[in-house]
Design a protein around this ligand. Sequence first.
Ligand code: NZQ
Ligand code: ZN
Length: 407
Amino acid sequence: MNPFELHIPTRIFFGKNKAEAFFDQLSEYGSKVLLVIGGGSVKRLGYLDEVISELETREITVTLFEGIEPNPLAQTIDKAAELGNRKEVDFVLALGGGSVMDASKAIAGLIHEDEKEIWPFVLGESRYKTMKGALPVVAIPTTAATASEVTAHAVISNKEVKGKAPISYPFMKPSASWLNPAYHTSIPLTATRDGASDIISHVIENYLLGGNDSPLADRYSEGVMETVITTLPKIEESPEDEALRGRLMWASTLALNGMQVAGRKPAPFTLHNLEHALSGYNHELAHGRGLATLYPAYLRWLLKNDRVTDRMALLGSRLFGIEYNDDAAGAMAFIQAFEAWLQENGLYQRLSDVGVPTEAFGDVADYAIKTYGGGKELSAAGPLNREQIIELFEMTENQHAEMEAAE
Ligand code: NZQ
Ligand code: ZN
């Protein structure tokens, strides 16, 4: 085991009937809340009215900010912070998916710091890591995807510079989160699939690149992946089944709460670096969809370069029961089984299918290296330079053709 620190401060309330306990907790954070929502789904579905009613019953004054977009924009966050500042709110409540939760953390930081613009604080910009605190944030996640309800991170987009980059502070971890599976039965199928892809990414990245030193982190991560792999097809059959929704939701929270890496050696979040550059380029691209598009090429690229072959083979045996004598054969069987799962669950496509044409590959690689690689290169169990990133992106195009030819 490698040394680590772990701090999971979020008080988690899981289940529909935990509403009372969750809302009773909130007066600890103050009497004036900025309630942040996305493009209107929670309004249409009635969740917003329920939440406002619970807050008002407890004499918490609500200021509503509506209109956080998927891949939340810096400029929208700035506007919400201005409103929260003017209304002198005590804390921020996020009711929505990862985009709303991330925006809420950033808003809470801006208000606390009495600052007007979030973009200078993101990775790669002049004021990165200079925030001193944030208002308390509490969350009601309406997607199973990002684990933002427990993480320190907020990922911010900026259309003007075609960029997407995180801020991350321990004090941005939500103080309390209510995980209500009933609010997940309405998630559209595409967003459910995108979320499943994201959950897997949060454990598979470090599983592959984080070494062999923490067998318990391996089993923990395999448990998360196995849950997603078996639960998603069942949700496709019964999207309104709260038990299934709850299962996926809990897998999501556990996938990025810090336990998944405890004892591993530090490892980069390479697929995330690449994906953020892709959805920075195309603001309409959902994070989980971008990741799903990269998986097959990324795994095949690793195998081709004989990187973490043993880890892929191990994962294949644990997740899909693949028996193997030789690591390379085991790794290839794993990749094929995982690709088949992606195909069966509507998660298999080319980059050009998701709005990133081949002409853009160089610019996207440059952005990834500039923002996430300190201007030099990324890494994936070894260097991952500009040419290699472009090669990997090109593989998402070609290898799809190979699969079609094989059918
Ligand atoms: O905007 P509304 O109207 O709310 O609609 C949303 C949005 O269109 C809709 N939706 C959400 N919950 C729903 C629902 N529709 C019906 N019923 C519900 N219950 O779904 C769409 C997508 O929502 P979004 O919040 O964008 O999705 P997700 O949760 O996947 O969040 C993605 C964002 O989180 C970042 C991503 O980069 C991306 O910006 N991430 C945050 C992380 C973190 N904070 O730790 C880690 C992740 O790796 C990720 O990078
Ligand atoms: Zn992610």
